[in-house]
Design a protein around this ligand. Structure first.
Ligand SMILES: [Zn+2]
Length: 191
């Protein structure tokens, strides 16, 4: 028991995320109303995909990729051309993501509710794009001011994107428990 508590706390510190009770609860399938064991990903009864009960993974890979590229460039393990092609590729990926996010049409009823996560998401991606630009300036000029600025901006952007993902997940969970409660109530009424 004590060990479990300890491991739980470690896990919490490692991920920086809270582990909530929902990960230990049965998972109700909204399609067929079958109650699945905790942690199920697919409904045992109708094979429908069940929604994730654990928080989304954090976005870290872009930040790590940029940090590694800069480090390798500083150690002359990669050339300016390699570095630039990593930056161009990353920026292209981010610009596509940004266009996707900006193309999402939010019904006006949800606009206020969604605003915080949308703002965090788009400004986070924009910060990461700007970080690529600054790092490109660094690879061209060798001026470390651009490197420092670029890397710290990449961190800020990553935090913002993670905040958006987290908010999105929390809202989804809240919506889901509401739906579950309604379904359970209606089942009780029938019984
Ligand atoms: Zn089902």
């Amino acid at each position: 028991m004590l060990d479990d508590d300890y491991n739980f706390m470690i896990a919490r510190e490692d991920t920086g995320m809270f582990v909530d009770e929902s990960s230990r609860k049965k998972v109700l399938c909204i399609s067929c109303m079958h109650e699945n064991p905790p942690g199920s990903q697919v409904c045992e009864s109708c094979s429908e995909m069940l929604p994730p009960v654990t928080p989304p993974p954090k976005l870290e890979d872009i930040l790590v990729k940029l940090e590694e590229a800069v480090d390798a460039f500083n150690k002359r393990e990669i050339t300016k051309k390699d570095m630039d092609s990593i930056l161009v590729g990353t920026r292209y990926f981010l610009e596509k993501k940004l266009a996707e996010v900006e193309a999402i049409e939010i019904p006006s009823d949800f606009m206020t509710e969604m605003k915080e996560e949308m703002d965090n998401g788009t400004s986070g991606v924009k910060a990461l794009i700007e970080a690529c630009n600054l790092l490109e300036q660094y690879s061209t000029s060798g001026n470390r001011k651009f490197m420092d600025k670029g890397l710290s901006l990449a961190k800020v952007g990553t935090d913002q994107v993670n905040r958006a993902l987290r908010l999105n997940w929390e809202k989804f969970q809240a919506f889901r428990s509401m739906a579950e409660e309604m379904i359970r109530k209606s089942l009780q009424d029938k019984a």
